[in-house]
Design a protein around this ligand. Structure first.
Ligand code: BGC
Length: 734
């Protein structure tokens, strides 16, 4: 067992809300050191230093987990940092993500957002003897120069501040929650130089980085002693070109730096911001070279690439990538800027497929799904956000279904059966939860419709979140919530059965359940002529995608008619991810491309024409007249609609797998061309190597180039014909 378990949690004897605490310990290395290891974690987030050098490059360690059950600790090899003789180790600890859920995490020994540290430094000397330095009451503590820190509001750093050191207090706190690092580390990734200095019509000094991102700004602080330099981070300028911060809601997103007169580079270390622009106050003679934005997110390996002849489509794809960068900061979040930034399950579910093409997210999702399981209630309910926070409830269709959809998607992309095995109990508990809700009609007093225990017409759901078919400001859309819930009841049950079969389990009971759900669904929601009773785009999409209708042709016609009638999509979070896949399946390729390449509102490319550099939360985030959607819910960095990226890989470039196979071991290239594009190319790094697909038009011919990694089987399906492919590059001209 790692030594951290023999250390104590320590805190500063005085609690001051918002203050970061600096813990320290001086020690002497009596003999030559052969190796040194630091095990460390905290309640909050920490930055550790030995002899003033930062330990490791993990940002916002120890990361965000279901803290009352799972708290990661990190292990660093610090051999090279130890001096012969005198040494000092310090750790600055801020309140971090714990503030989100304050009421739950306090004990009688520690306030909910109060920083605390636990660490163990193990020195092994050349002669084989070992010395262990555990956090205990011999450590010192004081308030640090970060006099205020908060994940939503930002940081205040006072370079003139110094506080009295006291003895730290060791306090009883369970160590059963400690687990070794499980997710990806969080790291500084892209560095984006400042692009433009703007003086707004209202006279504010603003820097535009030209790219919305999540992280912070590094800048050169140079100002007379006592000057306060203030940076406000925000996403967009309003239609008059002025600073717009209303959509951040209560999150202040500020950095305050109080100068000691010393010129120094500075960046915050206990918080993060979502922004493209910053407003500067207190700065004199602004030099753009002094400002760099740093993107901070989980250290995932990039695996997917896409490019086409259409610059707008390429920018959309880049926005999807930036959406993932901005919201895969240890937990898949809805957004990185306003006072929310939570692990919304529905958003994670819809984006998980494309996420796993863009980056290797196997480690990232393994950790998060362990958190989903840790927070799953006894009765199987999944809360809306994971890690759960105090104010949230749970059990929404398409949100809770993250419990089945994400593990299944990770299995499809990476083929790791062990992951599926680990997640199976959670998947089953979720399906059984729905089954019990559907059977228990007492849960819904105003119960309407068929009392079948196979229809999930109880509970509260988010519906087709942000769909446009009830007008562009209504959040829940027109598609009946119970319809969506029952459709997902069927879908989750189907995925559970598939997972169980892969794992060799007897799934007969759930198969019977599935058949009953489909039967009840058809009786309740499918007309005699095969059309779907709930007459919306999303309803048709779900019936087709989840194979819930016996008459696909009628539902397909209905969907096409609905789309043609309005001339654009009206789907929300639930229908949108499947829309183009369904159109492709029913042979409506041109219509799929019409929607994909449409530039007018509402469409995927409309925000791109408005200069978006990340995915917007709403189709109408900023309207053609420059006005904004309601500030109460209008993020400009919300990846959910970016789910369309998987259609770019799977249909535009045509990289798919044979049904029943995983991890791109048996590839079917099935690209769909469109006359509005002259080329498309995409590649995905898989466990067997690079899978790539490219097509380009040359005169009246189309040249296809497919790359097959060694060890994979592959064929191409082009214009209805099948071509066997060999390892390496294959070129076919038609
Ligand atoms: C979040 C979403 C989330 C939704 C649930 C919003 O506040 O930002 O993305 O899925 O609530 O309805």
């Amino acid at each position: 067992m790692d030594n951290i378990f023999s250390a104590s949690f320590i805190k500063h004897p005085k609690y001051k809300k918002g203050a970061a605490i600096l813990f320290s310990k001086a020690f002497t290395a009596e003999k030559p050191v052969k190796s040194a290891k630091l095990y460390i974690s905290c309640l909050g987030v920490y930055v550790a230093r030995i002899n003033d050098r930062r330990v490791g490059d993990y940002i916002l360690a120890p990361g965000w987990t279901v803290y009352n059950k799972r708290l990661q600790y990190q292990t660093y090899d610090v051999t090279d940092m130890i001096n012969a003789g005198e040494n000092t180790i310090t750790a600055e600890v801020g309140s971090g993500w714990r503030f989100h859920r304050v009421e739950r995490l306090g004990t009688k020994h520690i306030k909910p957002d109060q920083p605390a540290l636990i660490a163990s430094l193990c020195l092994t000397y050349d002669d084989g003897s070992v010395e262990i330095l555990n956090t205990d009451k011999t450590w010192k503590s004081c308030e640090s120069k970060t006099v205020y820190n908060n994940m939503y509001n930002g940081e205040t750093y006072d370079d003139n501040f110094s506080a009295k050191e006291r003895n730290a207090v060791a306090f009883p706190h369970t160590k059963d929650i400690l687990i070794p690092q499980e997710g990806e580390k969080i790291a500084e990734r892209e560095r984006v130089p400042a692009q433009k200095l703007i003086i707004t019509p209202k006279g504010d000094t603003v820097i535009d980085f030209g790219q919305e991102l999540t992280g912070y700004v590094e800048f050169k602080a140079k100002a007379p002693k006592g000057t306060e330099l203030k940076i406000t981070h925000f996403e967009v300028l309003d239609k008059n070109g002025n600073v717009y911060v209303k959509n951040l809601r209560k999150a202040k997103q500020q950095l305050r730096f109080i100068s000691s007169g010393k010129e120094m580079p500075f960046k915050p270390s206990l918080t993060f911001y979502g922004f493209r622009f910053i407003k500067l106050e207190g700065f004199k003679d602004v030099d753009l070279n002094d400002f760099t934005a740093i993107a901070v997110y989980s250290d995932m390996k990039r695996t997917g690439y896409f490019e086409s002849s259409d610059p707008l489509l390429n920018r959309l794809y880049e926005n999807i990538i930036w959406g993932q960068r901005g919201n895969f900061l240890d937990v898949p979040t809805d957004c990185p800027q306003r006072d929310e930034r939570l692990g919304w399950t529905g958003d994670a579910q819809v984006f998980s497929r494309v996420a796993s093409m863009n980056y290797d997210v196997s480690t990232f999702f393994r950790k998060w799904l362990n958190d989903v399981a840790a927070d799953q209630k006894e009765n199987g309910e999944i809360t809306h956000v994971i890690p759960t926070i105090t104010w949230t409830s749970g059990g929404s269709a398409a949100w809770g279904d993250a419990a089945t959809i994400c593990p299944w998607q990770m299995y499809l992309t990476y083929g790791n059966k062990q992951d599926l095995e680990n997640n199976f109990p959670m998947m089953k508990k979720w399906v059984d939860y729905i089954k019990n809700c559907a059977a228990d009609k007492s849960l819904k007093k105003d119960f309407k419709g068929n009392p079948s225990p196979y229809l999930w017409n109880t509970g509260k759901h988010f519906g087709d979140w942000l769909a446009l078919d009830l007008g562009d400001e209504d959040a829940r859309g027109l598609t009946d919530e119970d319809y969506i819930a029952s459709a997902f009841f069927a879908y989750s049950t189907e995925l559970l059965i598939k997972a169980g079969e892969v794992l060799g389990k007897d799934m007969s009971e759930h198969k019977e359940l599935y058949e009953n759900i489909v039967k009840a669904f058809r009786e309740e929601y499918v007309n005699n002529d095969g059309t779907i009773k709930v007459n919306t785009q999303t309803a048709c999409v779900l019936a087709l995608k989840f194979a819930l209708t016996p008459n696909r042709e009628a539902a397909a016609k209905q969907l096409v008619a609905l789309l043609r009638k309005v001339g654009h999509l009206t789907t929300g979070f639930v229908g949108t991810p499947y829309l183009l896949h369904v159109l492709t399946d029913i042979g409506e390729i041109e219509l799929a491309y019409d929607l994909m390449l449409r530039k007018e509102y509402p469409s995927w490319l409309y925000p791109v024409t408005q200069g978006a550099t990340t995915m917007w939360e709403r189709w109408n985030g900023q309207k053609p007249d420059g006005s904004f959607a309601p500030a109460s819910m209008n993020s400009f960095n919300h990846y959910a609609y970016g789910a369309v990226g998987d259609w770019l890989y799977a249909a535009a470039a045509g990289i798919t797998m044979r049904e029943g196979t995983v991890a791109f071991e048996d590839i079917i290239f099935k690209p769909y061309t469109d006359k509005r594009l002259s080329f498309v190319k995409a590649s995905i790094e898989t466990k067997l190597g690079t899978v790539a697909s490219e097509w380009r038009t040359e005169g009246d011919k189309t040249v296809y180039i497919f790359t097959v990694p060694a060890g994979a089987k592959a064929e191409a399906v082009l214009c209805g014909n099948t071509y066997a492919l060999k390892e390496g590059q294959n070129t076919i001209t038609l």
